[in-house]
Design a protein around this ligand. Structure first.
Ligand code: FAQ
Length: 337
């Protein structure tokens, strides 16, 4: 549904920002800048400025945390899925999100930060993860809406990351986007089925859309003018399209899908602007967004507590896996001797 985004041009002029002066070797910095300006890839063994490395660890680890915390709202419905078919699909989807977290932690580890350090950041509440996962999934329709809108927004944001300048992140994103595309379609299909059902089912879908619409628009991050990391992220070819431009693309793609589905998007200001060739839309509640990002959304505490508990209770599994790996290594060294 969103594969056309692979062809979207970078915003003109994003390379016009001055590069960060390096406190390190100017020759290495110049080689790095040349590669970035030529749209080349940076690999783990290459020299990179500290600030580039830190930015990547921040963004990739936040992204990884979002994937594993993002398993919780939908995981909540596995035991209550309305049929065996829906249950099997949902288990597979939630498992995929866990897999995305693992690719992303691995990509961030190539930058020299350990998984334990990243998880410590999550568990202590220092590290961020996507605001959207701090809202509850109250009905079965929420599961469809998460697939349609949350995965839809995630793909819109992540397709340009397939061309990110850091090789391991870009490569991880290719597979993640293919899987997210399936997730988005399964959510939409589940909603299409509900919309051919009873009046009660249709009302349930509309209610879920009403609760999730604005939160999904906020997923793209603050407006460009209030986004402290955007300019540098785009200069480095980490971000390719700005927060506001991605949000607009998502709205433009979603309005026709809502029409086919037969739901109303809860924004009286949403209308086609002939001159801009885009939909105009209303005001996002940024105060609510920041409250949620800063730990005070409806489910923040519950989500973190669940992650910390799962980590503690999984310790014996990690220990057993490590002991097994050690034994296997010892055995293969003995055989080789
Ligand atoms: N929630 O200057 P910017 C998914 C923070 S995966 C929380 O614009 P940046 C899959 C931002 O970190 C969803 N915090 O920052 C799935 C920064 O704080 P910091 C996650 C947010 O990095 C589906 C501050 O605000 N996707 O859904 C949010 O240039 C279904 C200022 O913002 C990714 O992580 C937010 N929504 O742009 C799983 C994609 N927005 O770090 C399960 C990769 C902003 O300075 C079920 N990440 N902040 O303290 C990105 O593309 C970027 O990091 C942005 C933010 C666009 C999220």
């Amino acid at each position: 549904m969103y594969t056309q985004s692979f062809n979207v041009q970078d915003t003109p002029g994003t390379k016009a920002v001055a590069s960060v002066p390096s406190k390190e070797d100017p020759a290495l910095q110049a080689a790095f800048d040349t590669r970035i300006d030529a749209d080349g890839r940076i690999e783990p063994q290459d020299w990179m400025p500290d600030a580039y490395r830190k930015t990547l660890v921040r963004q990739i680890s936040q992204h990884a945390h979002s994937e594993i915390v993002g398993m919780l709202p939908e995981g909540n419905w596995i035991s209550r899925a309305p049929s065996l078919k829906r249950k099997a699909i949902l288990i597979a989807k939630v498992q995929d999100e866990g897999g995305h977290g693992l690719y992303l932690y691995s990509a961030a580890e190539t930058l020299g930060t350990s998984r334990d350090q990243m998880l410590e950041g999550l568990h202590s509440g220092r590290a961020k993860y996507s605001s959207i996962f701090n809202y509850p999934t109250l009905t079965w329709a929420d599961v469809g809406v998460v697939g349609w809108l949350v995965d839809g927004a995630a793909i819109m944001n992540q397709v340009p990351l397939c061309r990110c300048s850091y090789g391991p992140y870009a490569r991880a994103m290719v597979r993640v986007c293919k899987e997210e595309s399936f997730h988005q379609r399964q959510g939409y299909e589940a909603l299409l089925v509900m919309m051919t059902g009873t009046e009660e089912q249709k009302a349930m879908v509309q209610d879920a859309v009403n609760r999730f619409w604005w939160k999904c628009l906020a997923m793209f991050g603050p407006p460009d003018a209030d986004s402290p990391n955007s300019v540098q992220g785009m200069r480095w070819g980490i971000k390719r399209i700005s927060n506001d431009d991605l949000r607009q693309k998502f709205i433009d793609a979603t309005v026709p899908q809502a029409k086919v589905l037969g739901v109303t998007l809860p924004d009286p200001d949403l209308k086609w602007n002939e001159e801009r060739q885009h939909y105009d839309y209303g005001q996002i509640d940024w105060d609510e967004f920041w409250a949620t990002v800063n730990g005070n959304g409806p489910c923040n505490k519950e989500r973190l507590a669940t992650r910390v508990k799962a980590y503690r209770e999984g310790e014996w599994v990690r220990d057993a896996a490590m002991a097994h790996a050690r034994k296997q290594q010892e055995r293969s060294m003995k055989e080789a001797a």
